[in-house]
Design a protein around this ligand. Sequence first.
Ligand SMILES: [Zn+2]
Length: 216
Amino acid sequence: MRWGVLLLTMLALAACLPRAEQRRAPPRARAPERVERNSPDILQCHIDLARENVGFRALPDQRFQNGCSALGAVQLTNIGTPVAGLRAMTCPLARQFARWTREAVQPAAGQWLGSRIVRIETFGTYGCRTRNSQPGAPLSEHAFANAVDVSAFVLEDGRRVTVEEGWNGNDERVRRFLRAVHQAGCRRFNIGLSPDADRYHYNHMHFDMGRGPYCR
Ligand SMILES: [Zn+2]
């Protein structure tokens, strides 16, 4: 009887343990899923953009050489604030970018700089390259149109705030504005990198929807 109970217990443990392990497996262990244009997630994302009055065009799925791709991507055409340099972005990235601009960037500009943003400048979105363009490194989220690099903000009063000059510049309000929008980005994107992250980000903030969260 006792042996029977022990055997049953062992069988139950054997059946349960692997599943518990699977549930606990950290998401970092897997590559992020690349979702195609006709997937439910992307179609829902299109609905969200339309409902949030974001102008966009859905782009055809594209697969490039060296494992790079732009799947489930859109071209943003109007998010309420002009943005330079945006090309193909995965829809979830575009959705968060539009929200970040509306909910965080414009209010922070009003709060810290007393003006409206009339243009956000970026270094772009898609680029078939490794992380920080280092040989042998894994592909960057840019290689999947899943990242955006923000470099500067132009204000209605004519000022141009750049990440490069402003992050550690003399103007405290500019420093606070840049840190506020970076922190707000970390809450909306999976990864947020600033000049504090490493020497590669001295002149821009990088946001992506890859594996996270990571904020620096
Ligand atoms: Zn980047």
